[in-house]
Design a protein around this ligand. Structure first.
Ligand code: ZN
Ligand code: ZN
Length: 447
């Protein structure tokens, strides 16, 4: 058989070797980034490789002005992470350290658990009830289409550990900010604020949190042995990768769009946020390939979003003085767009009517309320840049968000294609819109 196959293989090779395959768009960007780079923790060599991947890919797609804008940031890396109930019912629990968590000694700590059903209950507790103990806060987060339950319960992760530290707690455990019932923990950043001592802080998986709740409900003193050894590695370089679709009228302002290139270290960051960069890049490519719009599209693959929005702040510092017509961000997975919100200076903007008419054709409806952008474009939105939110279905997002389960197989190509179409329609409408897209009054803060 070999004698027949070899010439055929040689012929195939010679015909394909001449033409390189076209650079991927859509699903192919997510597939490429998650396969060829993998996890992309901010400020590490993995994120640097992702920037190289992005620059090569965006140049191959034909974008203009492709370059990296570097910035420095403090870098946190995960260490060992184990937990065992010592008494009354010895058993292991599954957890993951929160970003910026402090560390226990190598040998771990053993302390009594004090449990709270909400952040409000922890806040109300006297310091004496918490001092020297491992605080455990749980909740009842359920899935919502608009992701609003993350806003409700996310504060347990963002600020719970700092509250526990100020009260003298030895460590902080939370029920994962997630809506699944798998034994996979959800990481994410915790904020210490100025002058607050970082304590060891981790998220139990939802089943482990429910287990610990049941153990506590037996009314006996519960002791836990906890080992978390993450550490700060110092100040390292991250960066934003920028690419443009030049418009025909430079005075018409920049349309800023993008997602974030970094991911947490546990999964490969398919839904968070390879999907966002794929959606925005593929939509921008549709303008690059079609008739040029009046406005320039500036596409940013932001660096270091997860540990504290460093890329968005660096962008606003470097470019805040340039005329921005609009900002929009994709950082909510790869599922379909079902609604949109627009915050525009003109109360009866023709842009809003055009978007309503065109997006309705693919099942996207206008929604009441202000648009906010997200962490990456937030610093520009605060300055008064008009903003459009294309709202993706978040029903299954927090089953996977920030877990080891955030991998390529969670991407639904059909829903992803719809999201790209919605973004393409939005961009086409915006780049040519007659709305002058004047700035709004600056906002107090990003919600
Ligand atoms: Zn994200
Ligand atoms: Zn995230």
């Amino acid at each position: 058989m070999r004698i027949f196959i070899a010439p055929l293989a040689a012929a195939l090779l010679s015909s394909t070797a001449l033409a390189a395959p076209p650079p991927a768009t859509g699903y192919g960007i997510i597939e490429g980034l998650t396969t060829e780079v993998g996890q992309r923790l901010a400020g590490t060599e993995a994120e640097a490789r992702a920037r190289d991947w992005a620059v090569a890919h965006l140049k191959a797609l034909g974008f203009a002005n492709v370059h990296v804008e570097p910035f420095d940031m403090p870098v946190w890396v995960r260490g060992a992470e184990t937990a065992e109930v010592v008494a009354p019912f010895p058993q292991k629990l599954v957890l993951a350290a929160l970003g910026n968590s402090g560390a226990t000694p190598e040998a771990g700590i053993t302390a009594e658990i004090v449990g709270f059903p909400s952040l409000e209950a922890l806040k109300a507790a006297p310091d004496a009830a918490v001092k020297g103990k491992i605080v455990f806060v749980w909740h009842r987060m359920l899935a919502t289409q608009d992701g609003s339950s993350y806003g409700t319960y996310g504060a347990i992760r963002f600020s719970g550990a700092a509250i526990a530290s100020k009260k003298g707690a030895a460590a902080m455990l939370i029920r994962s900010i997630g809506t699944d019932h798998h034994r996979v923990a959800h990481t994410g950043v915790t904020d210490w604020g100025d002058g607050v001592k970082p304590i060891p802080a981790a998220a139990l998986t939802v089943p482990d949190a429910e287990q610990l709740e049941r153990i506590l409900a037996r009314g006996k003193s519960v002791t836990l042995h906890l080992t978390l050894t993450p550490h700060m590695t110092g100040t390292h370089q991250s960066g934003n990768v920028i690419a443009e679709v030049p418009g025909t009228d430079p005075s018409a302002g920049i349309v800023l769009i993008g997602g974030h290139l970094d991911s947490w270290d546990l999964g490969t960051g398919a839904i968070d946020d390879a999907a966002g960069v794929a959606i925005t890049t593929t939509a921008a490519k549709s303008i690059l390939d079609g008739p040029r719009g009046k406005r320039t599209i500036r596409l940013v693959w932001f660096g270091a979003e997860e540990p504290g929005g460093f890329g968005g702040l660096a962008y606003a510092k470097a470019h805040g003085g340039e005329k921005h017509a609009l900002a929009a961000e994709a950082d909510f997975g790869g599922d379909k767009v079902w609604g949109f919100r627009a915050s525009l200076a003109l109360p009866k903007s023709p842009l809003r009517d055009d978007l309503t008419a065109r997006l309705n054709l693919i099942g996207v409806e206008p929604r009441p309320g202000a648009a906010h952008g997200g962490t990456d474009v937030g610093p520009m939105v605060v300055k008064g840049t008009p903003v459009i939110d294309l709202e993706q279905d978040g029903t299954r997002y927090f089953e996977i968000h920030h877990t080891a389960d955030d991998t390529l197989d969670k991407i639904d190509p059909v829903q992803l294609a719809q999201a790209i179409e919605a973004w393409s329609i939005m961009l086409r409408t915006v780049v040519d819109s007659d709305d002058p897209l004047a700035p709004l009054p600056p906002r107090q803060e990003q919600e």
